[in-house]
Design a binder for this molecule. Structure first.
Ligand code: NAD
Length: 356
């Protein structure tokens, strides 16, 4: 097994270092190779995703990614901006399934903007289709409106579309992920208004026939947005399209209240994946040794579960994280009175110790 380690910019290097220490302590057989990505890669090679980095990522079973971006690159032409590296990796590796768990750890329930009883024990997984939908559908553009409410007026338009294979593969990913959890999937659509999402609903229902052990229900996206803040614990796995998933995954993530805790994964058809924290490179705290490394450490756990088939090791990491939170250790982003404030490396040390 080979892991490409791409720390990137800002706090990326600090938090990935801790995740790598944790992975090494597991005593599993894998090779790790590091490469530059993002702004640091642009500085060194003139491109945020150099050929050598892309080659390494393609050859690896999984990519552990930190974060990219810094305000100093904001004036670069779009193709050279650090964030383009993520889009390039998604495209080149065919990463079509985005996994975003929203887990509210018992000790951090106060960090949520919802009442503690609504989020205590929350553990949901949003699976977002990442390569289709209105974000990529053609045609798109600006033109003179040929019809509609104001014929002859200037207008802009995008196209929402999904093919059967695109829906089938994301549905299978969701049902399979549900099998590793509590075997319930909610498919979110807008079948009452959109042809694309009536088709989505029909295809998900067909694919479900191959997974009789998994329960499936369907929900309109407006209701899903409401239920996520009303009774989020009634969800387990949620599967949806690119645009609805973009919005709902951020909404779900924020139920937990702490961006430094949220891992993510993007997978392709052969389960090769890119694993990264949900947050960015946090230039405001970079180099200060205060960034929370837990989202990255939990991303490494997801990597072990979904790309490297090491469920036991994944759980070891997740349990170690729960243990350090129970011990009251907190980086400043999740600190509250009565707990112990620690830095990035100390948090890494504590997780290592808690691995047992
Ligand atoms: P950000 O997520 O980097 O930071 C938002 C806020 O959260 C900041 O106050 C930051 O200090 C804090 N924060 C983030 N991660 C933290 C952690 N692990 N521990 C403690 N505090 C943490 O978002 P931003 O400030 O809007 O963006 C900064 C840069 O990151 C930009 O260049 C942006 O383009 C880039 N970005 C990259 C990614 C990615 O690499 N996937 C994602 C989002 C933003």
């Amino acid at each position: 097994m080979k892991i490409a380690v791409l720390p990137g910019d800002g706090i990326g290097t600090e938090i990935v270092e801790q995740a790598v220490r944790v992975l090494k302590a597991l005593d599993l057989k894998f090779e790790m190779e590091e490469a530059l990505v993002g702004g640091v890669a642009y500085d060194a090679h003139g491109h945020p995703l150099p050929e050598s980095t892309l080659k390494l990522a393609k050859e690896a079973d999984a990519v552990l990614f930190g974060a990219v971006g810094d305000w100093k690159y904001d004036k670069l032409e779009r193709q050279f901006r650090p964030e383009q590296a993520i889009l390039g990796l998604r495209k080149n590796l065919g990463l079509f399934a985005n996994f975003r768990p929203a887990i509210c750890y018992e000790q951090l329930t106060h960090a949520s903007s919802l009442k503690p009883e609504l989020v205590a024990g929350l553990d949901i997984l949003i699976i977002r289709e990442l390569t289709g939908d209105i974000y990529f559908g053609q045609p798109r553009g600006k033109r003179t409106s040929p019809d509609g409410n104001f014929p002859g007026a200037e207008e802009a338009f995008d196209t929402m579309r999904y093919t059967r294979p695109e829906i089938e593969r994301i549905a299978r990913v969701a049902f399979e992920a549900a099998r590793k959890r509590s075997k319930r999937v909610t498919s979110v659509d807008k079948a009452n208004v959109l042809e694309t999402f009536q088709f989505w609903k029909d295809v998900v229902t067909e694919v479900h026939k191959d997974y009789p052990d998994v329960e499936l229900d369907h929900m309109y996206v407006d209701n899903a947005a409401m239920q996520l803040v009303k009774a989020p614990k009634k969800f387990d796995v949620v599967v949806t399209g690119n645009m609805f998933g973009d919005i709902l995954s951020d909404e779900a993530a924020m139920l937990t209240g702490s961006i430094g805790m949220l891992p993510s994964a993007s997978l392709n058809a052969s389960k090769q994946g890119l694993y990264e924290p949900s947050h960015g490179s946090a230039p405001d705290i970079a180099g200060k040794g205060v960034a929370n490394p837990l989202a990255t450490i939990l991303s490494a756990a997801m990597m072990l579960r979904y790309s490297l088939e090491q469920e036991e090791a994944a759980q070891r990491i997740e349990n170690a994280v729960k243990k350090v939170l129970a011990q009251g250790l907190r980086t400043p982003d999740i600190y509250s009175e009565g707990t112990t404030k620690v830095g990035t490396r100390e948090m890494g040390d504590a997780v290592l110790k808690a691995l047992g």
